[in-house]
Design a protein around this ligand. Structure first.
Ligand code: O7M
Length: 218
């Protein structure tokens, strides 16, 4: 994997063999892989270490439980070779703190707003509170939607030095250049890559869209 890329590939594939095959195809040109329940439930926790042979693996478990359970889940991911972990924040500072404590050297990414329409119902009205709480606890970064540029800009304004990672790219309507221009540091894409006839071509297309923004504007 390479720090020259700002792309995190979501491997939401229910077949471990296909997931490994895709990882093998694209790993040299991406920043990290993100896995979620669709793969983890089928493959088991050993898939974290298997995929780690290609580089950084972020476990998107969107943890949302009491501190003790959060701590058990996070320790499990760390012991199995995770590089990063994703947690919800709405469960409060004690629950978030438990993830951060158990994470050790792993990066913790905290969800403060989501990319689907339902995020407007309960999460978005309190996104800034969630963000401030997360920043106070020294998280590694936050998850904010790459297809909601108004929200993204608000989050970037509040968290000037924050690492912002954005899903919602491709299948959910966002585009990588707009997301980076409006505050994202990294973008997450899943279906537009793993359902593509040419996954590596799609990775390259996203990388080049991101690079053109970074190199023209920085
Ligand atoms: O590109 P897609 O839509 O196929 O996949 C997007 C991935 O990002 C998928 O794994 C989702 O679970 C995840 N995601 C969102 O789509 N929206 C969010 O608001 C948050 C996430 C996410 O990664 O949270 C950490």
């Amino acid at each position: 994997m390479t720090d020259n890329s700002r792309l995190i590939v979501a491997l939401d594939i229910g077949s471990p063999d296909k997931a490994m095959e895709l990882a093998r195809e694209v790993y040299r040109e991406i920043f990290a892989i993100k896995i979620n329940w669709p793969l983890l439930m089928v493959a088991g926790v050993g898939i974290i270490r298997e995929l780690s042979s290609y580089g950084k693996v972020i476990c998107d478990l969107k943890i949302a439980d009491i501190p003790n359970t959060n701590s058990l889940i996070t320790s499990n991911v760390r012991e199995n070779g995770g590089w990063g972990i994703i947690t919800h924040t709405f469960t409060g500072s004690d629950s978030l703190g438990a993830v951060i404590d158990a994470a050790g050297d792993m990066k913790v990414f905290a969800v403060v707003s989501m990319s689907h329409p339902g995020s407007d119902q309960f999460i978005n009205p309190v996104s800034m509170d969630l963000l401030r709480m997360a920043v106070k606890q020294k998280i590694g970064g936050v998850i904010a939607p790459g297809n909601d540029l108004v929200m993204l800009r608000k989050i970037r304004e509040e968290g000037k030095d924050l690492m912002i990672v954005s899903p919602g790219i491709g299948a959910q309507g966002g585009n990588p250049a707009d997301a980076i221009r409006n505050g994202s540091d990294y973008v997450i894409a899943g279906r537009s890559i793993y359902n593509s006839e040419d996954p590596l071509g799609e990775v390259r297309r996203i990388n080049s869209a991101v690079s053109s923004v970074i190199h023209n504007e920085v």
